[in-house]
Design a protein around this ligand. Sequence first.
Ligand code: MG
Length: 158
Amino acid sequence: MIRTGLGKDLHRLVSGRRFLLGGVEIPSAKGELGHSDGDVLCHAVIDAILGAAGLGDIGEFFPSGDPFYKDANSWELLRKAKEKVTAAGWKVLNIDCVVTCEEPKILPYREKIRASLAKALEMDIDSVFVKGKTNEGLGETGKDEAVEALAVCLLEKK
Ligand code: MG
């Protein structure tokens, strides 16, 4: 059995916060605001794999109102989500993602981000891809007020 999953997340960008994508810190004037560390890409991938497995969503497993998840390491949450998906009998075949923001540029960090996500998911780097886009100056992402991530995945029942 094969299933697809879709995840989406958006975080406000503010000064004085780290900019994290897939567990990789990228130098930037602004970073993601969030109850956790705000890693928008990890959050989107978590929702994609949990959704594909029919297990739930990130808010159910890691509630943002829970003090336990204050400043939580989202890369570790992704590892935990992957463990739940594996325990339910699913293997993640591939992940594909789009990150939209004006700044910083994603391309110079792309391979590092792919490697980091692949490590969390215990997958080959070939099966994990990440693309950076801008929003042509339009909307929150275009105005450098937010960063958005979309992720799709394919799961196979082992
Ligand atoms: Mg989030």
